[in-house]
Design a protein around this ligand. Structure first.
Ligand code: SF4
Length: 356
């Protein structure tokens, strides 16, 4: 009964699906600064609402895998561009017209688009791609990467334009923390990180209170395990209070660049207590983004971090450096390091080498 009451309250707050069958398929990623980012080429929210409604209300789409994911990128400066999606759409302007370039089984930050459609056909494109996927995929083929791209493209019943001229400027990762002006005059957004992705009820209630007191009552979550309070006129007060609540409000914070999965304290697959080890490592080194993963599933990061520590036993990790030529976590650099040894190695390593 307790669960039912909780579910009812979440649904009443608009945090659930409009029907139970549509719950798993609502995987649509937008920029956390959608509709407020000064660099955006269009406000993605109305189209996103249409895509979500279609995913939820079109029963055939409930057959999609719960991991099937779509990204809609409006060209915002603050955006996660390296998470792979089954379908991605990204805005660009050609001859004064805003178009949506798109690609399959990839992401706008790393992959070239296949083609484009006018902005007004964004919803039609999503529907056509998903229906084509379901027409062609066998039950074993759950994700777009399991199908040949040419096959999907040749079956799309939609006129396509070339994506010539598409470029996606890199997103500015520093914007995930701090105060930034919005496209709306005299309005700011304040972004902060939850340390190692953990929010307790006091932090969440406090952030919600800030959104009511200083913003428009809305709170956004970011792909960097943080929150964003939009539409604020007095950002200093918000930042101060977020810091008091335990949020990371500056990239100089030792935990700002640490990512850790649940680890052995909460996951049976975890070979080490990644979150506690991350706290220990943060005290030993700073400046490099490090991802501690309790096992190869990499739940905490869909992208490859510059440095990955993969647990092998309690307190011990294999160390990988990101390497575009190697799949997965990158190049294996050292095995079975203690946190002290990993910290010493990262401290001694020139910064320029960690991103090769
Ligand atoms: S990466 Fe492995 S250990 Fe960490 S939360 Fe996922 S399954 Fe558990």
């Amino acid at each position: 009964a307790e669960q039912e009451a909780l579910i009812a309250r979440l649904l009443a707050a608009g945090l659930g699906p409009s029907n139970a069958g549509g719950d798993d398929v609502r995987n649509l990623m937008l920029s956390p600064s959608a509709g407020i980012d000064p660099q955006m080429l269009f406000d993605t929210r109305p189209l996103a609402a249409q895509i979500l409604a279609t995913l939820e209300n079109h029963p055939r789409f409930h057959e999609l895998s719960a991991k099937f994911a779509v990204q809609l990128d409006g060209g915002e400066d603050l955006a996660m561009l390296e998470h792979h999606h089954d379908l991605w759409l990204s805005a660009f302007v050609r001859h004064g017209e805003t178009l949506l370039a798109f690609g399959l089984a990839g992401c706008p930050g790393l992959d070239a688009p296949l083609a484009a459609v006018p902005l007004g056909q964004g919803l039609e494109l999503v529907v056509a791609v998903l229906e084509t996927f379901l027409d062609l995929a066998t039950p074993e083929q759950m994700r777009m990467r399991h199908l040949p791209v040419d096959n999907v493209l040749s079956h799309l019943r939609l006129p396509l334009l070339p994506a010539d001229g598409f470029t996606r400027p890199p997103s500015d990762a520093s914007l995930q923390v701090g105060t930034y002006p919005q496209v709306q005059k005299n309005q700011f957004y304040v972004a902060a990180l939850a340390p190692l992705g953990r929010l307790d009820p006091t932090m969440l209630k406090g952030a919600a209170q800030l959104a009511s007191d200083y913003g428009d009552g809305t709170l956004r979550f970011t792909p960097w395990q943080g929150v964003l309070v939009p539409n604020v006129e007095k950002p200093h007060a918000v930042t101060e209070r977020l810091a008091q609540l335990g949020f990371i409000c500056s990239l100089g914070h030792p935990l700002a660049r640490m990512i850790a999965c649940t680890g052995s304290s909460g996951c049976a697959k975890g070979l080490a207590d990644t979150k506690a080890d991350a706290v220990q490592l943060a005290a030993l080194q700073s400046g490099v983004e490090v991802h501690l993963s309790g096992c190869p599933r990499s739940c905490a990061a869909a992208h490859t971090a510059p440095v990955t520590l993969l647990a092998v036993s309690p307190g011990h990790y294999d160390l990988y450096f990101r390497d575009a030529a190697q799949p997965g976590f990158g190049r294996l650099h050292a095995r079975t390091l203690s946190i002290e040894a990993a910290g010493a190695l990262l401290r001694a390593r020139p910064r320029s080498n960690t991103d090769d």
